[in-house]
Design a protein. Structure first.
Length: 268
């Protein structure tokens, strides 16, 4: 075979290989950014928020999730029996901080019962149990009466000592650290509340900050730690199901940070 013909074949092969490599290296112009989640709600529920970041994203999500059916505080009891049902025992609920599976029938205020824990402490903004932030299922969870009292209205942070039925949760004089399996859940519930309640509907403007001395102010901390927990504990199947149940059967709104975890960094 002539040498010139061989050279032409090798040149053609090299050009073809280069084209393939370029195609592999250059992403499509319309491809989603790295780490971005996609959901079945992006073209409908979240359509107005897609592509935004910062304050514009927060404002858009507030508008979206504020379209909400509110329930009474007494109705929360039965709702939690559905949203937090033990996937392995339909007669029980899973307690948030303890991780204990306890009978649905043991709801109440006595020792050994479970009650309604406000993850965003209701004294932080003084909204109590009134219909609105005080009854929002996206941050209300079942918890052992005693453990709920131990958590009290403390801000969230790392550190502290263990306690009976804590399930690995820790506490000290001014903060509470939930067990590892629900650290991200807690973070996403706090950040949901900060987007949902912006002071425009008669309730306080709730915001996260980086302190653990918030008292009755409408703030909750510690934001830097909550972001760390959000990263280390991504949404679980239990948390995603809970989001769906609240949306489909009760409030008809969603926690956007379960559907789009990357939006935490996009806002904060």
């Amino acid at each position: 075979m002539p040498v010139a013909h061989i050279r032409r074949r090798w040149k053609s092969l090299a050009l073809a290989t280069s084209a393939v490599l370029v195609g592999l290296a250059v992403p499509a112009l319309n491809a989603p950014s790295a780490g971005a989640a996609t959901t079945a709600y992006d073209d409908t529920y979240y359509a107005a928020a897609i592509g935004k970041s910062g304050a514009a994203l927060k404002d858009s999500l507030h508008t979206i999730i504020s379209d909400q059916t509110k329930i009474s505080y007494s109705a929360v009891w039965n709702a939690l029996k559905v949203t937090d049902q033990d996937p392995h025992n339909s007669n029980n609920v899973i307690l948030l901080y303890s991780g204990i599976s306890r009978s649905k029938s043991l709801n109440g205020g006595d020792m050994g019962d479970w009650n309604r824990e406000h993850v965003w402490a209701k004294s932080h903004g003084d909204f109590g149990t009134s219909t609105g932030p005080g009854t929002d299922l996206h941050h209300l969870r079942p918890e052992d009466v005693r453990v709920n009292s131990i958590r009290g209205n403390k801000d969230f942070d790392n550190g502290g000592g263990s306690f009976t039925d804590g399930g690995g949760s820790l506490t000290d004089s001014d903060s509470f650290e939930p067990r590892d399996a629900v650290k991200g859940d807690v973070a996403r519930m706090i950040l949901y509340m900060a987007v949902r309640y912006e002071g425009t509907d008669g309730w306080p403007d709730l915001e996260p900050n980086d302190t653990v001395t918030n008292g009755s102010n409408p703030y909750h901390g510690r934001l830097s730690v909550l972001k760390q927990w959000h990263r280390q504990d991504p949404p679980s199947a239990f948390e995603k199901r809970r989001n769906d149940v609240i949306h489909d059967s009760y409030q008809h709104n969603r926690n956007p940070f379960i559907d789009h975890p990357e939006w935490v960094e996009a806002i904060w």
